[in-house]
Design a protein around this ligand. Structure first.
Ligand SMILES: [Zn+2]
Length: 293
């Protein structure tokens, strides 16, 4: 019975992960290197999360690490920029397309740092010990490496419950993790503690910290600016208000979906992983759940 349960659990997790991170051909994946400053690069493969490489006298520092199968290619891209092992690896959150390489980099000697819920969730997933962050924080911390003061702060209950954003004031650069995907509706992972309400608050907090010149590295998509981020927040906020209104008027999910409340944003933000119906459904479920409490 126990075996059957484990097996079923595996199937559920496996198909969930497949849907979420279905990658047709990682063999042919190419990691692109985009220079932002002499010492800061974006490493990118569009099938998984954007990585930030900070190099210099303190060694290589990496934010996020995509999938384990790509570690070799990622490390090659790193070595082409700056020779030497990854000394510190920071995670923006626990999803596999951002932290899947943790074990490999951990085995190569990287010290992993993340918000404490990232460690808890990776432990819950039975991740190997070497994949776990050895340094965790609750609200935030500042690290001083390679001439940068990196302000790391936790935004509660947004994309997941373990999101951290990384701000480099000197270079006016921000890595948002998946609290922002350029030109796409956000993915609110309610099963991992995310919430629409929390995401809206998180984005307000983040927007307060940055200015019009800030270079934003989103979790997915190309480099962006404050205006891009504001536009998405405004869209999500508008849709959420409409959904709330319909929900409070007593409409059920089917009726609300039929109203197509996010349709006006379909062309701009609805072409990614989250379509407008999925966003509205997430909003409905959040409203419905909070009412039951
Ligand atoms: Zn994610």
């Amino acid at each position: 019975m126990r075996n059957l349960y484990t097996f079923l659990q595996f199937i559920v997790i496996f198909s969930w992960a497949q849907n979420l991170f279905a990658q047709p051909n990682m063999d042919n994946a190419v990691i692109s290197t985009i220079k932002i400053k002499d010492h800061i690069h974006m490493l990118q493969w569009p099938g998984a999360g954007n990585m930030l490489l900070l190099s210099g006298k303190d060694g290589n520092i990496l934010i996020d690490d995509q999938f384990a199968l790509l570690t070799e290619k990622i490390n090659k891209a790193i070595q082409d920029v700056s020779k030497g092992q990854v000394k510190f690896l920071f995670n923006t959150h626990y999803h596999g397309d951002h932290s899947g390489g943790n074990e490999n980099f951990g085995n190569m000697g990287a010290t992993i740092l993340a918000q404490e819920n990232v460690r808890a969730r990776l432990e819950g997933n039975k991740s190997p010990e070497k994949a776990l962050p050895v340094m965790t924080f609750k609200e935030g911390m500042t690290v001083h490496l390679n001439t940068e003061d990196i302000f790391i702060f936790h935004v509660d209950s947004a994309h997941t419950d373990g999101d951290a954003v990384y701000y480099f004031p000197k270079s006016n650069l921000l890595h948002t993790g998946d609290c922002f995907m350029k030109d796409r509706f956000p993915y609110i992972d309610r099963n991992s503690g995310g919430s629409v309400k929390g995401w809206l608050i998180a984005v307000s907090r983040i927007l307060f910290v940055i200015d019009d010149k800030t270079i934003i590295m989103p979790g997915h998509g190309d480099l962006a600016n404050k205006k891009d981020y504001q536009n998405i927040r405004e869209a999500v906020s508008n849709v959420f208000e409409s959904v709330k209104k319909a929900y409070n008027a007593g409409k059920n999910l089917e009726e609300i979906l039929a109203l197509k409340l996010a349709q006006q944003y379909d062309a701009t933000f609805g072409n990614g992983f989250i379509k407008s119906n999925a966003l509205v459904k997430t909003m409905f479920e959040e409203l419905d759940k909070s009412k039951m409490h």
